[in-house]
Design a protein around this ligand. Structure first.
Ligand code: ADP
Ligand code: MG
Length: 366
C-alpha cells in the first residue's frame, strides 16, 4: 500500500554504455546510458529509425548489445533467455493467437511458466478485469473490436505479473479517438498496479500524455531525458525543440552575452534571448520561441517588442492560429485563445507582438 514510500530502486533497469550494430559497421544505438526507476512509466520517443525498437529488443532479449550491458534489478541480463527475464510485451503487430479464445490467449504465458490450473483461472480473471473485459473469456479475437483486441494484448502482457512491461507502438493501428482513450486506459492501469513500463512511440502527444519521463531519441542517441513539461518548456537543443510541439525559430549570431541573456543579431533585426547552447560572442544559434509565449498587444512590459504583418488566420475551435511575417520570418505562429475576441485579426494588418528573453531559447544552429 505504501509502495511509493519505500525506497525504490532508481536503477531497476539500467542500460550501461550500450552500443548496437547489426552489420558490424554502423551503430544504430550509440553509448546508451539510461536508468529506469522501479514503477516508472518511461517512453522512448523519436522518429522512425532512431533506434527505439532496437533498445526494446535488447531489453527483451531478442537482440544482443554489441557493447555494454543491460541490468535488471541489479543483475546483468545478457545471458538470460527472453522467457526468463520476467518481461511482458505488447507490440503493434504482436497479434493475439487467432485460433484461441481470450481465456486461452491469457492462459498461454501462464502455462508456459507451469502455473497451476486454479491459479491460472484467478490470474486470467484479474487481468481481464484490469482491462474492463470481464466476461469476454470465451470470445475469439475476431469477435472483438480493434480496441478490445489491444486490451486483451495488454492483459496478456500483465497476466504473469512481470517486473517490466515493454510496449512498442501498441496503439499505432487504432483510429485517433480509440487511440486517445486507450492512452488514458493504459496510463490508469499503470497507476493502479505500479508495474515498470517502457513504452515506445513516435507520437509526441502520446508520449506527453502517458509518461513520467521521456527519452527523446535521434540517430541512436538520447537527445534529452526529462519529464514531459520540462521537455516541452526547456528543450536542450534544436532537435528536441522542433520534435516536441511547435516552435518559431530565428537563425542568427550572438553579439553580446551575459549569464542570463544574450543579444542575437538576425538578418533583419535583433532579439534578446536565453543563452542555452551558446557561450560567447560570434556563436551561431537558432533561437526557439513557443507560439504561446509570444503575446499580441502585451499589456506588461516585455524584453522583445516587434511588429508583424498578419499573413494567415485559421480558426481552431478553442484557439485561433495566426501566421505572421515578423523579423523576416514569414512562418511566425501565434496562438490566440478564442476568449480574446477584441483583437482585429485582419489579413495584412500590422500587430504588436512581445515576448520575454527567457522564453527565447538560443540553441544550437540548425
Ligand atoms: P525505430 O524503432 O526507432 O524506428 P529501429 O530500432 O527499428 O528504429 O531501427 C534503427 C536502425 O536499425 C534503422 O536504421 C533500421 O533500419 C536498423 N535495423 C533495425 N532492425 C534491424 C535488423 N534486424 N537488421 C538490420 N538493421 C536493422
Ligand atoms: Mg520501431
Amino acid at each position: 500500500m505504501f509502495k511509493h514510500q519505500m525506497s525504490k530502486n532508481t536503477e531497476f533497469v539500467k542500460f550501461d554504455k550500450v552500443d548496437k550494430s547489426y552489420d558490424g559497421k554502423v551503430l544504430v544505438v550509440k553509448d546508451l546510458n539510461l536508468n529506469i526507476s522501479e514503477g516508472e512509466f518511461i517512453t522512448m520517443l523519436g522518429p522512425s529509425g532512431s533506434g527505439k525498437t532496437t533498445c526494446l529488443m535488447m531489453l527483451a532479449g531478442f537482440e544482443t548489445p554489441t557493447n555494454g550491458e543491460i541490468y535488471l534489478d541489479s543483475n546483468p541480463i545478457s545471458n538470460i533467455p527472453p522467457h526468463k527475464r520476467g518481461i511482458g510485451m505488447v507490440f503493434q503487430n504482436y497479434a493475439l493467437f487467432p485460433h484461441m479464445t481470450v481465456y486461452e490467449n491469457l492462459a498461454f504465458p501462464l502455462r508456459v511458466r507451469k502455473v497451476q490450473k486454479d491459479e491460472i483461472d484467478k490470474k486470467v480473471d484479474k487481468a481481464l478485469s484490469m482491462v474492463s473485459l470481464s466476461g469476454f473469456e470465451s470470445r475469439m479475437p475476431a469477435q472483438l473490436s480493434g480496441g478490445q483486441q489491444q486490451r486483451v494484448a495488454v492483459a496478456r502482457a500483465l497476466v504473469f505479473d512481470p517486473a517490466v512491461v515493454l510496449m512498442d507502438e501498441p496503439l499505432g493501428a487504432l483510429d485517433k479517438n480509440l487511440r486517445e482513450s486507450m492512452q488514458y486506459e493504459i496510463k490508469h492501469i499503470h497507476e493502479n498496479i505500479g508495474v515498470t513500463v517502457v513504452y515506445v512511440t513516435h507520437d509526441q502527444g502520446e508520449a506527453l500524455t502517458m509518461s513520467n519521463r521521456i527519452a527523446v531519441f535521434n540517430d541512436g542517441k538520447v537527445q534529452q531525458l526529462s519529464s514531459p513539461d520540462k521537455l516541452y518548456e526547456e528543450p536542450v537543443n534544436s532537435f528536441v525543440a522542433e520534435f516536441i510541439g511547435e516552435n518559431n525559430t530565428f537563425g542568427g549570431e550572438v553579439t553580446d552575452i551575459s549569464k542570463d541573456v544574450c543579444k542575437v543579431k538576425l538578418q533583419n533585426g535583433e532579439i534578446l534571448a536565453n543563452p542555452i547552447s551558446v557561450n560567447s560572442k560570434g556563436d551561431k544559434t537558432t533561437v526557439s520561441i513557443r507560439p504561446e509565449r509570444a503575446l499580441i498587444n502585451p499589456k506588461d512590459k516585455m524584453d522583445n517588442n516587434q511588429t508583424g504583418k498578419i499573413e494567415e488566420v485559421i480558426y481552431h475551435g478553442d484557439h485561433t492560429r495566426v501566421r505572421l511575417d515578423l523579423l523576416g520570418n514569414k512562418e511566425f505562429i501565434l496562438k490566440v485563445p478564442n476568449s480574446s475576441n477584441e483583437l482585429d485579426l485582419k489579413l495584412g494588418n500590422e500587430i504588436k507582438v512581445g515576448w520575454n528573453s527567457q522564453d527565447a531559447r538560443a540553441l544550437d544552429p540548425k
